[in-house]
Write a protein that binds this ligand. Structure first.
Ligand SMILES: C[S@@+](CC[C@H](N)C(=O)[O-])C[C@H]1O[C@@H](n2cnc3c(N)ncnc32)[C@H](O)[C@@H]1O
Length: 187
């Protein structure tokens, strides 16, 4: 089965955790990553990696002494990510609010970047609030949380946590077109 068809079928089975029916386009994936300082950042976290549409581009750009920790709760995609067997990739089958515990398991305290494609608006509010809070705490000072969304409904929530340190971009070449928030942890 092609990867797009498999994504579509998993999405239909798990509408309450997917929030879309197609993986991110290469245009969206690349735009998510284009401001990242891959040369100096050491620790990357990806939340909701799915079939690895964005993961592949992160791995392509990682410097040799950096690592990427991917969070994915869907069994099929978790196994698909594991099968990549990339030496700099750690895949955890754990929900995103466990970010700090999972970093600690790797003897890490903080991450430089969090790249998220979690469907935050359909995740129960108590959990999505926790994910945002824990993500903020897990970032190094001046670290960045990057999130895409198909509407601007989550902007207010992000502002509450990251204040004014948010920049917004738009990618038309995706189905559906998407907004990208880059939220900096300013101390
Ligand atoms: C919109 S898809 C994004 C997939 C891929 N990153 C992309 O951009 O094409 C959202 C993914 O988040 C995963 N997910 C949903 N809730 C999650 C949670 N609480 N923790 C970790 N992953 C979650 C889903 O299983 C799904 O694979």
């Amino acid at each position: 089965m092609s990867s797009r068809i498999k994504f579509f079928s998993e999405a239909l089975k798990n509408m309450n955790t997917f929030g879309t029916v197609a993986p991110s386009s290469r245009f969206l994936s690349k735009r998510m990553l284009r401001k990242i300082d891959f040369k100096n950042a050491k620790v990357f976290v990806e939340l909701g990696s799915g079939n690895g549409a964005i993961t592949a581009y992160i791995l392509e750009k990682l410097s040799p002494d950096s690592i990427l920790i991917c969070f994915e709760i869907n069994d099929y995609f978790y196994n698909q990510l594991i099968a990549l067997k990339h030496p700099q990739l750690i895949v955890v089958k754990s929900s995103a609010e466990n970010i700090k515990e999972e970093l600690n398991k790797q003897n890490l305290n903080k991450t430089d970047y969090i790249i998220s494609s979690l469907p935050l608006t359909i995740i129960p509010e108590n959990i999505s609030n926790l994910i945002l809070k824990k993500s903020f705490e897990a970032l190094v000072d001046n670290g960045t949380f990057i999130q895409y969304q198909y509407s601007l409904t989550y902007f207010k929530k992000l502002k509450r946590v990251f204040k004014e340190a948010i920049t917004l971009e738009f990618e038309l070449l995706n189905f559906p077109p998407a907004f990208i928030y880059s939220c900096k942890k300013v101390r």
